[in-house]
Design a protein around this ligand. Structure first.
Ligand SMILES: [Zn+2]
Ligand SMILES: [Zn+2]
Length: 347
């Protein structure tokens, strides 16, 4: 066991404070990672405040982890000391079910995947996330951060990047395709960058035009305010694919009307309450309303390689650990462009 410093919430809604946690001794297939940077994902806040149901405290959030390997177990073949690596939302799964074998570890049906934090590992111990100095992870759940991708800008790719890359790939974003991204936050800004790099014609659908200049700089070709009813008239039947990154309740019927025949609206954000939908908005035009959850480990590596090849990192605001609580408030107020990343040397 190794004692490491971390920032933890001791109870729901308690502010995060500096503490120490124990990391397990490195086992045969484990990698010890010196964490350099950890992104702040909106879901960290939901979980630390027990907004998604029962949570495990103390909680060390953080599933956007980038660092450097400092020790490997004797059975490790994929990584060496000194390698630049990342860890996303998962640190384990059964590895034997059909989904795990198909590279969909996030949908493991053999007991479920193990979250990077706020979960119980196979050893019966709670998992602790990236707001800490070090983490021990099985090599099969560690990905390589390619040279050319700065570790601080890479950290948010481990959740925000893969969450948008996976549906864009799966639903065919590419040359000749018109893709819309709803919301220009932590997820949305990555969706715009990746869709643009895939070669699609990209439109941002945002509540207001407040971030229009940013959106165009990030790679969007068009930018519309959804608070303006004319937007829905003008863009009716336009898109092959819409990816919604927002968790506010939307008028899904209105957004489905923006799809071409055969188009798809994929949700990666979700409102807390059920939504009402007139199914004629799907039937007319053979449309699809779909969901997507992060991505598997191999696809996460593919995403990092893609981002490195296209020189795509997240737009970040680097903060010290003492600023985490303030950063949470700013995330809730949508006052971040576009991801807070903790410099873990300040823990
Ligand atoms: Zn996340
Ligand atoms: Zn499985």
């Amino acid at each position: 066991m190794t004692t490491v410093a971390a920032y933890a919430a001791s109870a729901a809604k308690a502010p995060l404070e500096r503490t120490t946690i124990e990391r397990r001794a490195v086992r045969e297939f484990d990698v010890l990672i010196d964490i350099k940077f950890a992104g702040i994902c909106h879901s960290d806040i939901h979980q630390a405040r027990e907004g998604w149901g029962e949570a495990i405290f103390p909680m060390v959030p953080g599933h956007e982890i980038a660092g450097v390997v400092s020790e490997v177990g004797p059975g490790v073949t994929k990584f060496q000391v000194g390698d630049r690596v990342g860890v996303g939302c998962l640190v384990d799964s059964c590895r034997e079910c059909d989904n795990c074998k198909a590279g969909l570890e996030q949908h493991c049906t053999g007991g479920g995947s193990v979250g990077t934090y706020n979960a119980i590992g196979k050893d019966g111990e709670p998992t602790y996330g990236g707001y800490s100095e070090k983490v021990v992870v099985d090599e099969n759940f560690v990905v390589r951060v390619p040279e050319g991708l700065a570790l601080d800008e890479a950290a948010p790719l481990l959740c925000a990047g893969i969450t948008t890359y996976s549906p864009l790939k799966q639903w065919g974003a590419g040359p000749g395709k018109k893709v819309a991204v709803i919301g220009l936050g932590g997820l949305g800004h990555m969706g715009v960058k990746i869709a643009h790099a895939l070669g699609a014609e990209v439109t941002v659908l945002s509540q207001s035009l407040r971030k229009k200049d940013d959106g165009l700089k990030l790679g969007a070709d068009h930018y519309y305010a959804t608070s303006d009813p004319k937007t829905f008239e003008e863009l009716a039947g336009t898109f092959d694919l819409i990816v919604s990154t927002v968790s506010a309740p939307l008028d899904f019927g209105a957004y489905l009307s923006l799809l071409k025949t055969g188009g798809a609206l994929v949700n990666v954000g979700a409102p807390e309450e059920p939504v009402a939908l007139n199914l004629f908005s799907l039937i007319g035009g053979n449309k699809t309303l779909a969901g997507s959850a992060i991505g598997g480990i191999a696809e996460t590596q593919e995403m990092l390689d893609f981002c490195a090849a296209h020189k795509i990192g997240a737009e970040i605001e680097l903060i010290g650990a003492s600023e985490i609580n303030e950063a949470y408030e700013r995330v809730l107020a949508s006052d971040v462009r576009y991801r807070f990343v903790i410099d873990t040397a300040t823990i």
